[in-house]
Design a protein around this ligand. Sequence first.
Ligand code: MIC
Ligand code: SF4
Length: 644
Amino acid sequence: MKKNLTRKIIERHLVSGEMTAGKEIGIKIDQTLTQDATGTMVYLQFEAIGIKRVRTELSVSYVDHNTIQTDFKNPDDHLFLQSFAKKYGLYFSRPGNGICHQVHLERFGLPGKTLLGSDSHTPTGGGLGMLAIGAGGLDIACAMAGAPFTLTMPKVIGIHLTGALQPMCSAKDVILELLRRCTVKNGVGKVFEYYGEGVKTLSVPQRATITNMGAELGVTTSVFPSDEITREWLKLQERESGWVELKGDEGCSYDEIIEIDLNKIEPMVAQPHMPDLVVPVREIEGKPIVQAAIGSCTNSSINDLGIAADILDGRTVAPNVSLGVSPGSKQVYTSAIEAGIIKKLVKSGARILESACGPCIGMGFAPASKGASIRTFNRNFKGRSGTADAEIYLASPETAAASALFGCITDPRKVPVKMTDYTSKTEINDNMIIPPAPADKFDSLEIIRGPNIKPCPKAVPAPAEFEAEILIKTGDNITTDHIMPAGTRVLPYRSNIPEIAKFVFEAVSPGFYDRAKKAGTGVIIGGENYGQGSSREHAALAPMYLGVKAVITKSFARIHKANLVNFGIAPLTFENPADYDLLEQGMSLYFPSFMDDIRNGKRVKAVDRKSGREFYFLHDLEEKGVSLIEAGGMLNYIFKRQNG
Ligand code: MIC
Ligand code: SF4
C-alpha cells in the first residue's frame, strides 16, 4: 500500500490502536518540549507521578513566555524550572535564548521524530519533517514518564503546492490563504501534509511558518517532507548527521486534496479579531496603524528580520508608528547583528525587544487605545495584546515593514526589495542551553521552589449524580485566551491555581469567579469550536478547581477537550442542537445518573427541575477517557493504578 508521510511516521511510532481515521491510537513520543508558562505545572505533575528521570530520547525546558520579571514570581519560576531540568534529565534553555519553537527547530528537531509540546505551536517542527503535536501539560508529563500519547487517528489532507512565491509574497501569505479558505474551525481531527513541486521552493523556516500557524486551523499538526533543503538547513545548524529523507510514496492517497499555486499567492492580512478573517492586503490598504511588530514563533527567523531591514534600510519608520522587533532566538539575534540587519532596523527607528514571545502573549508593547497594530504573529484574539479595544492585524514581515514605513496598511509590492538569503551568517553557540546532570547525581540535587509555586490541585472523583448551576453561556469560537487570559497581570500566577482561578472568564463574564465559588458545582455552556487556540491546561485546571463538572458545547477544539478530560471535566455536546437556545446562565441542571450514563453509553441525561424539561447530551469518550472522568482526572487515575 502506498503511504503518505503522516501515516509512515505514525506507523513507526504506533503503540496501540488501529490506524483508521477517527479511531483512538497511542504513539511513542521521542521528544518533548515545554515553555515556562505551561512548564511549571508540567513539572509539578511529573514530580507527583514519582519518576526520577525523563524516559524520552530528549526533553527540553524553555523559558520564553514570561520574562518580564516585575517581581519575584517570575524569576522564582525560572529557578524552579532550571533546577528541575538538571535533576530530572532535561536540557534547559535559559531566558534570552529564544522562543521555544524557533530554538527547537534550530538545535533539536529531527525529521521523522515525534515531538509533544505543552504549547499549541509545537507543530512548527513539522517544517523539519517531524510529527510535532501540541498538547496539555499533563499529557507532556505522562510522555516524559514514557507513556504513549493518545490521540484520534487523523484524516490526512494533502496540500499540493505548485509554482513559486512571487517577490514580496511570503510563506505567511500561504498559511493566511489557507485560513481564509478553511477557517479556524474545520481542522479538528486532521493533519495537513504538504507535498508537490512547490515544496522545493520553500526554506525550512518558511515551511515552519506554515506548519506553525496550522495551529490556528485547529489541525492536529502539519508536516513537510524532509528533502535536500532540510539537509542543507541541518548542515547550517551543524546537525547534518540527523538528516533522513522522508516523503509520502509517489501516488499515495489523501483524504482530501487542497491545491495551492504559489505563483498566485499575494500579500494577505487577517483582520480583527480572528486569524481566519483574511483578505488580500490591497483590499484594506491605507488603514492607519499605530504600531507594527515583527517576531513571534511564526515569523522571527533571520530572513524575516532581514527582509524587514531591507525594506526599511535608509528610511525612517512613520511618525505615527512604533515598530517592535523580537528576534526569534539568540542565534537569529547574533546572526542578525553580524549581517548588519539589526543596525539597519535600529537606524530606521525600530525598537529591538527581547528574544522571547513578548507582545505576542501580551507581555508589553501593548497598542494605544483603539489603536491598530499590524503583527507578524499568529493570533489576534480580542484583548490578547493587552489593550481591550485594540485592533490587531496579522501579516507577513514584508507587509508589516512596509506598513510601518508608510504608517498605514500597505501592500509590500509597492516597496520591492531584492530578497537576500541571510542564512549563511548563522552563528552556532549553545552556551545558553544547560545540559542535565548525570542520573547518579539525582539525590544530591535540590529543587528551588519559590513561595508562589503551589502544588497542582487534584480533582475529586466524579459524583454519581449532581445539581449544577450554568455559570456562563458563550457563543462560538471561544478561545482559551477568553477562558484563562494571559498577559502581564495573569501569567505570573501560572504556578498558583488558587490565584489564577480568579481570572477565569474575566473579560467575557465579570463575576464568573464569585458565581462559581457561590454555586460550588457548575457547568459551562459553549458554542462551536469551544477552547480553540492555546494549549494552556489552566483553562481546564482552573475551572476544575472552581467546581466545573461538565462543559456542554456544539463542538470542541482538540487540545482543550483533552485537557478537560485530563482534569476530570466531562466534555459533552448537544444531542439536539436546538437545546442550546433553551439553556441560560443561572439555570440549574440536575444530572440524576451522571457517572452511570458516562460509563454505560454515550448519552448523559440532565433535568431542569423547575420546568421538568429533560435534556440529553452526548460524549464520545473511549475507555480511557471514561476512566479519567470516573477517577477525577489523570493524576488520580495514575495514583489509583500505582496503588493497585
Ligand atoms: C499562546 O500562544 O497562546 C501560548 C501562550 O503560547 C500558549 C501556551 C500558554 O498559554 O502558555 C499556546 O499556544 O499553547
Ligand atoms: Fe510564544 Fe506567541 Fe508563539 Fe505562543 S504564539 S509560543 S506566545 S510566540
